[in-house]
Write a protein that binds this ligand. Sequence first.
Ligand SMILES: Cc1cc2nc3c(=O)[nH]c(=O)nc-3n(C[C@H](O)[C@H](O)[C@H](O)COP(=O)(O)OP(=O)(O)OC[C@H]3O[C@@H](n4cnc5c(N)ncnc54)[C@H](O)[C@@H]3O)c2cc1C
Length: 240
Amino acid sequence: MDRLTPVAPKAPGRWQIGTVSAIIDETPRVKSFRITLPLWMPHLPGQHYDVRLTAPDGYRAQRSYSVASSPLDEGEIELTIDRLDEGEVSTYFHDVVVEGDRVEVRGPFTSYFVWRGESPVLLLGGGSGVVPLMAMLRHRRRIAPHIPMRLIYSVRNAADVIYAGELGDDALLTYTREAPSGWIGHTGHIDADLVAQAGLSSGTAFICGSDGFVETAADLVTAAGFAARDIRTERFGPTG
Ligand SMILES: Cc1cc2nc3c(=O)[nH]c(=O)nc-3n(C[C@H](O)[C@H](O)[C@H](O)COP(=O)(O)OP(=O)(O)OC[C@H]3O[C@@H](n4cnc5c(N)ncnc54)[C@H](O)[C@@H]3O)c2cc1C
C-alpha cells in the first residue's frame, strides 16, 4: 500500500480562526470555500472539519464539513457546502460569507471514512456526498495516479454537477431527474449495470450521500463482490 500523507493526525487540532481566501461557485446551490489556516495540519482524504458560528448574543451553531482538497494543498483546506433553504449554517456561508472573512474551524477529525492508499478503489457519491470522494480523487491524481480509482456520481441534473470541470475518464455520472440533451450515458438511480460499468468487483468502496443512496449503493457493491469489511459509508445529515 502506498504511503500517501506525511502524518496521519491522531487528534484534531484546536479551534482556530481561518480566513476565507476564495469562494468558488460550483452549482447554483453549492459553493466551495478555500480557507487559510494558521494551525493547518495535513488531513487524510475523507476527513472533515467542524465549523462553529457564534452570534453576538453567544448563541452557537456547529456543523461538520468534509475536506474537498488534497492534503498537498499546504496551509489551506477547501470545504464545499450545499445550501439548504432552511439551514442555519449553510445559508450563512452562502448568503453572508465573503472572501476575506474569518471563520472558526476545528479539525481534521479522524474517521474510518478515510483513504490511506488502499487499491483499487470504487467511490460512490450522491449529491454533495461527492465532497470527501473528491478529496480522494484529487489526492490520488496528484500522488498515485497509477492506483485504479473510479467514481460513480449520482446527480439530479446537469446543473447539480459539483466539480464538473474536474470529472474525467475516472468518473461515471448518472442523472436521476433530467439528463442533458445528447447524453448517452446512464440515467436514473444507481443500479447494478452502472456499478458493473466501473469495472471493479473487489477492493475498497467509499459511499457517501443521503441515507437512501448509501443503503442502495452498499447493497449494489456487495452484490458486485466487495467484502462487507471493505465497504465504508458516510451519511451527511440531517443531524449535522
Ligand atoms: C461527517 C459529515 C460531513 C459532512 N460534510 C458535508 C459537506 O462536505 N458538504 C455539505 O454541504 N454538508 C456536509 N455535511 C452536512 C452538514 O454538516 C450540515 O448538516 C448541513 O450543511 C446542514 O446544516 P444547516 O445548518 O445548513 O441546516 P440545519 O439548520 O441543520 O437544518 C435545516 C433543515 O435541513 C435538514 N437537513 C439538515 N442537514 C441535511 C442534509 N445533510 N441533507 C438534507 N437535509 C438536511 C434538517 O432536518 C432541517 O430540516 C456533513 C455532515 C457530516 C456529519
